[in-house]
Design a binder for this molecule. Structure first.
Ligand code: KG4
Ligand code: ZN
Length: 349
């Protein structure tokens, strides 16, 4: 089975082609034939964040080249496609509409079933693009950390996903982006903070973590952001603070965020008696978060699975992966229902 997938929920346009043996409906064994991603970081960088109208306009430009290259790299034509998958939400409505309408058009014109996929579902299962999932891995705890999400889920199956904790304010990616912006390092800030943190001392500052000891699985990052901004102010503010102090702040900030994320995730595992954890979304590219989760997880007997860096940030391959499972549930419903599918910017799992 050949699956053509689209992702355009925010500022990246992506088109992928995946293949899976139709006779083998058990989990895993998906082959990624192509995964083209057009990043718009250079467009939004100067504004310090995503400008929705510009994101939509650039998706319109990216669609045809991404689509053509994805097909040619995969060595297929549209005649080979049996399934189309597209992100239907959550995200920016203008952005979502571009990818979804392209998908609906191809689906309608060629009578190919269309699977609408929740973007977060795509992230949750993204580690399995490269590591085959097995029955023993379920149920697992999924931590999704991105520019808009910092959510914990209990995943019992592909169709049984329950939200068990989340940030009450900023997302973890937002924290990195805002601090980077504040200091003039640009957007998106996560990778920049991560790289510069390598030059700093993680123990230089002890930042407060408001919900670290709360009795539930919720988190908060805005208090951490305020503490960092106040600390920067104490050194004279952006432009006056010394380079080495900035590196120390980045290292201490990254450490605090990683500690909070690990603590809440391990608490979720104890509470639900789960031994497998997936960590995904753009922030899962963070080198310190990867290290802390791997080291502490090993000590506690937890199996921690990350996607490789290219599948951590937004991509269509993860949307195609989730789409396969919708198709295996009810292909005829996908075919008949597709005209009712619409973009839902606040679609909650
Ligand atoms: O999943 P994603 O590509 O898009 C959303 O769905 O939001 O995540 C983007 C987020 C941004 O906030 C970016 O700063 C962050 O992922 N990010 C990182 C790193 N690389 C990207 N955050 C921390 N460390 C990184 N290495
Ligand atoms: Zn995302």
């Amino acid at each position: 089975m050949i699956n053509l997938a689209f992702e355009s929920s925010c500022d990246d346009f992506s088109c992928a082609v995946l293949s899976k043996d139709a006779a083998v409906l058990e989990n895993g064994n998906v082959q990624i034939l192509s995964n083209i991603v057009y990043s718009q970081d250079y467009v939004h960088g100067i504004y310090g964040g995503v400008v929705p109208e510009l994101a939509s306009r650039n998706h319109v430009k990216a669609f045809l080249p991404a689509f053509r290259i994805a097909l040619s790299e995969a060595g297929i034509t549209l005649k080979d496609v049996n399934l189309i998958s597209a992100t239907a939400g959550p995200g920016l409505v203008g952005s979502l509409l571009i990818g979804l309408m392209c998908a609906k058009t191809i689906s309608y014109a060629l009578d190919i079933p269309l699977a609408p996929v929740n973007h977060i579902e795509g992230h949750i299962f993204s580690p399995f693009l490269e590591i085959s999932e097995t029955e023993e891995m379920f149920p697992f705890v999924a931590l999704v950390i991105s520019g808009g999400h910092t959510h914990l889920y209990l995943v019992k199956s592909h169709s049984d996903i329950k939200l068990i904790g989340k940030t009450r304010d900023d997302a973890s990616g937002e924290l990195f982006d805002k601090i980077s912006n504040y200091l003039g390092f640009g957007y998106p800030g996560g990778r920049i903070v991560d790289e510069l943190a390598e030059k700093g001392d993680k123990d230089a500052f002890k930042f407060p973590l408001p919900m670290m000891h709360s009795k539930n699985l919720d988190m908060s990052f805005s208090g951490l952001k305020t503490a960092v901004v106040t600390t920067i102010g104490g050194f004279g503010g952006p432009g006056k603070i010394k380079e080495n102090t900035v590196y120390d702040i980045f290292a201490s900030l990254r450490e605090a965020a990683a500690e909070l994320l690990y603590k809440k995730t391990s608490e979720a595992c104890s509470l639900y008696k789960v031994k497998t954890v997936t960590v995904s979304g753009g922030v899962s590219a963070n080198s310190r978060i990867r290290k802390i989760f791997k080291e502490n997880g090993e000590k506690s007997g937890l199996k921690i699975i990350f996607p490789s860096l290219k599948y951590a940030t937004d991509n269509a391959a993860m949307i195609g992966y989730a789409g396969f499972f919708k198709n295996s549930v009810d292909p005829s419903a996908l075919r008949s229902e597709f005209l009712n599918i619409n973009a839902d910017p606040s679609w909650e799992l």
